[in-house]
Design a protein around this ligand. Sequence first.
Ligand code: HDD
Length: 692
Amino acid sequence: MSKGKDKQAKPSVRKGNGGEWHQEAKSTKERMTTNQGVVVSDDQNSLKVGGRGSTLLEDFHLREKITHFDHERIPERVVHARGYGAHGYFQAYESHASLTKAAFLQNPSEKTPVFVRFSTVAGSKGSPDTARDVRGFAVKFYTQEGNYDLVGNNMPVFFIQDAIKFPDLIHAVKPAPDRDFPQAQSAHDSFWDFVSLMPESMHMLVWVMSDRAIPRSLRMMEGFGIHTFRMINADGESTLVKFHWRPKQGIFSLIWDEAVVISGADPDFHRRDMWNSIEAGDYPEWELSVQVFTEEEANKFDYDVLDPTKLIPEEDVPLTPLGKMVLDRNVDNFFAETEQVAFCPANIVPGIDFSNDPLLQGRLFSYLDTQLTRLGGPNFQQIPVNQPKCPMQNLQRDGHMQMDIPKGRVSNEPSSLDDGLPRECDKTGFKSYPEKVSGEKLRIRPESFADHYTQARLFYKSMTGYEQDHIAGGFAFELGKCQKIEVRERMIAHLLNIDKELAGKVADNLGMNTNVEPIKPAVPVKDMPLSDALSQYKKTPDTLAGKKVGLLTTDGIDAAFFMNLEEAVMDAGANIEVVALKAGPMMDSEGNEIIPDHFLSGAPSALFDSVVVAPTEDMAKKLADNPNAVDWIRMANAHLKVIGYTDQAMNLLKKSHIKPGQDEGIVLLDMSKNNFDDYLNAAKKHRIWDRS
Ligand code: HDD
């Protein structure tokens, strides 16, 4: 008898190689079943003829399991594919009845549930979190009058003025259709060729090349509704508004080089940060405000409030705070909630209305349309994350994946059968604002949309010098990746209209000069009064709250020092994470076990907001001789971080070309004294800009 036949003769070897991990269900609750509810007896082996024979088609458990798996992906979003969501609530500060009748803005004791999804725009679902890109900031308010979606971005303007150009914009930024690269980047010919042929994109480009496009954390960025909307009060009076979200955590960004390093070291940097802060009970919070203005005021502005490439400086129309949003619960299931959530700017409630912004009008169509494909049919609002939390009924029936069981024989209105329900309600139902409109049917861009440079200049000129340098660096990096010299030249020709110095810096970095003919603006470029509110550094608080300190240390670290430092950092609202030479457990001087959060070669200092380096006496030389450690601290210095160090780290500092006392951000920590104030005060400044 051959060996093989021998095996066949022993079909009693039932389970896989899980050994002791295989456990039988002990109660009904623990039993695994098929989707039909039939209890599964063996989830390790498919049904075969003999032990080594062919697999049987009748194995319904195998077929069901694999069929489900085969269909586990749905199309990713055509834009904003990479996103991260969380639950929370919105609470108005007071009644805003004079402004709007929207129910969720009336009662300060009411918490309206929200679901928020942050996203990048260009990258696919698996792209890194820290790509240079606009961030989506989409909020679904589950109000008692229906779902209201405020689908915004972290920048207050947009690339284009008319929705008809959206497919072109997105095709230009996405990977080239023949070679399918580059991924999650605008740094390529087709994007810059397109935008350089679209002067209306100049204002947004300056924002996208700024630090706003590389936020430190999703918790640390602003959000904007961008378009002008309407608010309507119970008397039917309408005002125009623009929405703003401002983070309580402050607004902070990465440095471009850090963003690049983090993309490799931790592509999930932003989602990890969001998940961890919510799990730790450090709930991210934003204030929702509106800029309120009348049509008469709008008519006096030099720009058109229906043009989404324009903002209204806060100095001209200040923010009116409406309430706060707190994110306090992570999702239970990423796919079911974050992936299946369907936002739509057309989801609106009584008291809020659209404006005629042509970009907004196009969006009102696009979102529901895309969701029909992405979520597979017209019943996607029955998915739990999309369901309204208020009563909902109508006469829509049937369709792919109908989950409800509507009752009765009537699905038409009017009807005298049954009770003829549900019925419309003139008093409480949504009514569009009866705005007077008249005109000829034309395909034109209004004259009032023609100024493409004044606000780009306003934004650039309102920045601090560091922010301006970063913008110039962003343009130079991106244009440097363009192979077509004509495209670079065309962009320099645009930049000359925004600011000559900016054009000069970019041209210099590209090895070019500014001897190009500036693009002729359609209307003369003006100088608006500068706006401090546009600069994130001018309004950045000195704080460590919500941030991360990386402690590079070695086995045997002084127990009291470690404990006191950890306590001081946590008191400042930050977290400390230990970076060690090896991943396994280490001991402090008292023999207590410390499990490092990271090992050195897997955790570049770019992952932290500030660093401390504190080796033990006997490990100091080993650390100073370690090229990874030298790199770690050298990069922290280059990224302008505040560096705390102990005496034992002196050699490492020297090898990294860091001079103690070179600036206020290199701070000696005295092991013997339990006082970290100097270090913490410096670290609260976030970066030492003068070092650059
Ligand atoms: Fe859009 C998704 C924000 C213009 C068409 N958009 C989408 C998301 C955000 C925005 C945050 C992701 C929502 C989520 O997390 O699921 N989009 C904006 C902003 C715009 C804008 C702030 C300009 C002010 N979008 C815009 C235009 C069009 C679209 C002009 C088309 C005419 N957007 C879409 C879309 C997406 C989308 C194709 C993709 C997935 C989805 O809707 O559900 O319909």
